[in-house]
Design a protein around this ligand. Structure first.
Ligand SMILES: *[C@@H]1O[C@H](CO)[C@@H](O)[C@H](O)[C@H]1NC(C)=O
Length: 375
C-alpha cells in the first residue's frame, strides 16, 4: 500500500514536471506599438550568412564597388575584410589594426577600389592603400576637433567629405596620394552624423543632430564651397541619407522613426514649385511613418530599383518599394519585406550589394554582420 501511494505521488510529480517543461508561450508586448507588425509581406528576407569576429558594436559594413570584398568596422577599433568563397559564403581575409586609437565609426571605398577610408572617434580619417591585396595605412586626415562620424568619397574619386561631432563638414582634395583640406563648412549647429555625395558628384549633403539636412556646392568660378540650402522636416536627429540612381531624389531617416523622400525641382518646373537664384530646390514629397519602432539609423536606396532598405534601433530590417502607379509629386512606397529580429540589438547599417540585386548586408550592436538574400 505504501509502495502504491509512493508510486502514485511519483507519477503525479512526473506529470507536473512534464507539463511545466512545455515552453511558455512568449507574449510579445511592445507598449509603443498600437497595431501588430504586418506579416505575410510579398517578399522575404533570408539570412544567408552571419559573420562573427568583431568585439562590440559593428558600426558599418561596405562592399567595394565590384562587390567582391566586404569591409566592416566598429567599437573594437579594427577593420575586417571579408571575401566571398565559392559557395557564396563570406570568409575573413584580413584584420586591419593599429590605424585608430578609438572606435571606427564609418568606412568608404574609393570608386577605383584602391583605397579605403576609415572615420574614427579619435578625430582622424585614415586612408588605407590596397597594395596587391595587402592594405597599408598611408595617410591620416587630421583637423576635426573630435569624433569623425562619417566619410564619403566623391563619385570621381577626387574629393572626400568628412563630418564630426565638432559640427563641421570638411571637403578634402585628393591628388596623387596627397590629401588637402579644400573647405571647412560651419553650417550645422550640432553633431553632424552623415555626409553623402549625389551620383553626379556636384552636390554634397549632410545630416545632423540639429534635425536638418544641409546641401553644399562648389562655386565653379572661385572653387569656394557654400551651403545652398537647409531641409527641415524631421523632428529629431537625421541619421542617414541615400540618393537614388538618378540623383534627383534621396531618402533620409531619423531618430523620429520616419523615412522621408526628397525630390529635386528645377527652375521653371511645371509643378510651379518656387526656386531661388536659378538653383534647383528640394522638397519633401513623402513621409513613411508608423513602420519603425525606434530610431532609423540607416537607409539605402537600391542601385537600380526604387527599393529602400532600412536599419532600425528596434532590431529590424525592412524593405519599402515604390508602387508602379506612384505619382512623382507624391510618391507612394509600401513595406514589402521585414525581419523584425534581424539582429539581437540595434541595426546600425544596411547596404545593397552593388551588382547582385537581391543581396544586402547589415551590421549591428550584437557584434555581427549579416548577409541577406531577398526572395
Ligand atoms: C574589390 O576587391 C577585390 C578583392 O581585393 C578585388 O579583386 C576587386 O578588384 C575590387 N574591386 C574594385 C572595383 O576595386
Amino acid at each position: 500500500m505504501i509502495v502504491c501511494a509512493f508510486s502514485l505521488l511519483h507519477w503525479l510529480d512526473l506529470c507536473v514536471k512534464f507539463i511545466l517543461s512545455f515552453p511558455k508561450r512568449r507574449k510579445i508586448i511592445n507598449p509603443r506599438r498600437i497595431t501588430p507588425y504586418p506579416q505575410n509581406l510579398p517578399m522575404k528576407l533570408v539570412r544567408f550568412d552571419t559573420l562573427k569576429g568583431h568585439r562590440g558594436k559593428v558600426w558599418c559594413a561596405k562592399w567595394n564597388s565590384s562587390g567582391t570584398i566586404l569591409a566592416s568596422c566598429g567599437e573594437d577599433k579594427t577593420i575586417r575584410l571579408w571575401g566571398m568563397t565559392g559557395n557564396g559564403k563570406w570568409k575573413l581575409k584580413t584584420v586591419l589594426q593599429d590605424g585608430h586609437q578609438k572606435t571606427i565609426r564609418d568606412l568608404a571605398w574609393s570608386p577605383c577600389g584602391k583605397y579605403l577610408a576609415s572615420a574614427s572617434f579619435d578625430g582622424t580619417t585614415a586612408i588605407w592603400d590596397n597594395l596587391g591585396g595587402e592594405f597599408e595605412c598611408n595617410a591620416a586626415l587630421e583637423g576635426h576637433e573630435n569624433e569623425v562620424k562619417s566619410v564619403s568619397w566623391s563619385p570621381n574619386g577626387n574629393l572626400i567629405a568628412t563630418c564630426s561631432r565638432d559640427k563641421t563638414v570638411w571637403v578634402w582634395q585628393v591628388e596623387n596620394d596627397d590629401y588637402d583640406c579644400a573647405a571647412v563648412l560651419n553650417a550645422h549647429t550640432q553633431d553632424v552624423k552623415k555626409v553623402a555625395w549625389s551620383p553626379s558628384g556636384d552636390l554634397l549633403v549632410s545630416a545632423s543632430y540639429d534635425e536638418t539636412i544641409k546641401m553644399f556646392k562648389e562655386d565653379p568660378n572661385d572653387g569656394d564651397w557654400t551651403s545652398i540650402g537647409t531641409l527641415k522636416s524631421h523632428s529629431a536627429t537625421v541619421w542617414s541619407i541615400s540618393f537614388d540612381q538618378t540623383g534627383t531624389r534621396f531618402a533620409s531617416c531619423a531618430d523620429d522613426g520616419s523615412i522621408k523622400i526628397w525630390r529635386q525641382y528645377l527652375p521653371g518646373n511645371p509643378e510651379g514649385v518656387a526656386t531661388v537664384d536659378n538653383d534647383p530646390t528640394w522638397k519633401c514629397v513623402c513621409t513613411l511613418s508608423g513602420y519603425h519602432d525606434g530610431p532609423v539609423y540607416d537607409v539605402d536606396w537600391h542601385p537600380t530599383k526604387n527599393l529602400l532598405a532600412t536599419a532600425c534601433g528596434d532590431n529590424g530590417l525592412r524593405l519599402f518599394e515604390e508602387s508602379d502607379d506612384s505619382n512623382p509629386n507624391e510618391p507612394a512606397f509600401e513595406m514589402v519585406a521585414a525581419d523584425y529580429n534581424a539582429h539581437a540589438q540595434d541595426v546600425n547599417c544596411v547596404k545593397w550589394h552593388p551588382t547582385d540585386s537581391g543581396l544586402l548586408v547589415t551590421s549591428g550592436d550584437d557584434e555581427v554582420v549579416c548577409i541577406w538574400q531577398v526572395v
